[in-house]
Design a protein around this ligand. Structure first.
Ligand code: SF4
Ligand code: SF4
Length: 381
């Protein structure tokens, strides 16, 4: 059955997507070469699944994801940008920054529901065909498909962006065995701009279009579950889940059209610059209840509270001492270790910090935490 791209776009819009592009399932060699080069440098950090041979092969041969696949429909679902300015958020004492997309419901659930409904409607339009929907969790090079389908180009910060609606959106894909009219690939419009590279607090954008995840705060605060390198901790500022800096400075995000209808991710007020000390007091049950429907739940309490400790350590406020002392007695070594580092930096008399950390050292059994306490004691200023 011959179906126009416009008919598919109209259907996508009816299912709550702001834009839609169509591409062949076979990715252009330039996308594959870019990805292979990134993997070969180990820029994926602990996301070992990205280099795992069978998953790598599937990423590079997307046609193997669905037998007989011919086309990929990429969709974009926009959400609200942060309601505050970057400097205002970085200066918000006692408050932490959560990435804009994560201040409300978990987008995976919403996007998947919409994609499934869209796919069901496509059945009526396309006739007999097989299809599969993907949202971020499968080995699909979604950024490459978004560019190949003309939806949005990959900027120097590696995220996709569009001249008409910027970069505050999330991607999803439908693979289908139907042969659909493919769109022209998106053309890049970064030009000589380097705003995202210049603002990046950790220098994670090591070349235009190449992000070393091991230095990226978004990866480190969300995906990475271990100890954060001492050298990087001060650069986190008060970012506790993700990082929006490179998007906030992008000129293409300057003046955006209003969202059509309600924001699908509806930021919750309590997640807009939340109180750090209160977050640090969440026990496991409290954490699960607070982030029950949020993507933050996927990161887990230990890594999230690790991030909160770092933010408090960077703000250095004496008022954080009580909450950090609670964290220094937490059941999770990861939390205790970063609490020790943070206490070592507070604007509290050195004698007091030394006494409190020394007491913790005497009772601590975990070697990693002991090392952190000792490091904090050696660096009291
Ligand atoms: S998310 Fe933050 S740390 Fe990562 S590349 Fe962008 S500005 Fe840099
Ligand atoms: S900030 Fe500039 S270089 Fe970075 S993605 Fe936006 S336009 Fe491209």
């Amino acid at each position: 059955m011959s179906v126009s791209a416009d008919a598919i776009r109209r259907l996508a819009a009816r299912h709550g997507f702001d834009a839609c592009g169509i591409s062949r399932v076979v990715l252009r060699p330039t996308f594959l070469a870019r990805y292979a080069a990134w993997v070969s440098k180990s820029y994926f950090g602990t996301m070992g699944w990205m280099a795992e041979p069978s998953r790598l092969a599937r990423r590079c041969r997307p046609e193997s994801m669905l037998e007989g696949a011919q086309s990929v429909i990429s969709v974009a679902m926009r959400h609200s940008p942060p309601v505050y300015g970057l400097q205002e958020a970085l200066r918000a004492q006692g408050r932490g920054i959560i990435a804009a997309y994560a201040q409300g419901m978990d987008y995976h659930e919403i996007m998947k529901k919409r994609l499934k409904a869209f796919a069901a409607s496509l059945d009526g339009l396309l006739g007999r065909h097989d299809q599969r929907v993907y949202v971020d969790t499968a080995p699909v090079l979604e950024h490459a498909f978004a560019e190949q389908s003309g939806l949005a180009w990959q900027g120097k910060h590696s995220l996709n962006l569009s001249r008409s609606f910027g970069s505050w959106f999330l991607l999803g894909e439908i693979f289908t065995t139907a042969k659909l009219p493919a769109d022209e690939p998106a053309r890049a419009h970064c030009g000589s701009c380097t705003a995202c590279m210049d603002i990046c607090p950790t220098g994670a954008i090591i070349h235009p279009f190449v992000v070393d995840a091991r230095r990226c705060i978004a990866y480190l605060t969300i995906e990475y579950k271990g100890m954060i390198a001492h050298e990087l901790r001060p650069r986190f500022g008060n970012r506790i889940y993700g990082c929006d800096d490179c998007q906030m400075v992008c000129p293409w995000n300057g003046k955006l059209p209003a969202l059509k209808g309600e924001d699908p991710l509806q930021p919750q007020g309590e997640n807009c610059l939340p109180d750090l000390a209160s977050l640090l007091r969440l026990n496991e049950a409290g954490f699960r209840a607070r982030f029950r429907k949020s993507p933050i739940r996927r990161t887990g309490r230990a890594a999230f509270l690790r991030n909160v400790c770092i933010a408090l350590g960077n703000q250095r406020q004496a008022q954080a001492l009580d909450a950090l002392l609670g964290a220094l007695a937490d059941s999770e070594p990861l939390v205790r270790a970063h609490a020790a580092w943070a206490i070592g930096r507070l604007h509290v008399p050195a004698g007091t910090r030394s006494r409190l950390l020394g007491r913790a050292l005497r009772r601590e059994q975990n070697d990693d935490v002991r090392r952190e306490i000792q490091h904090a004691l050696e660096h009291l200023d």
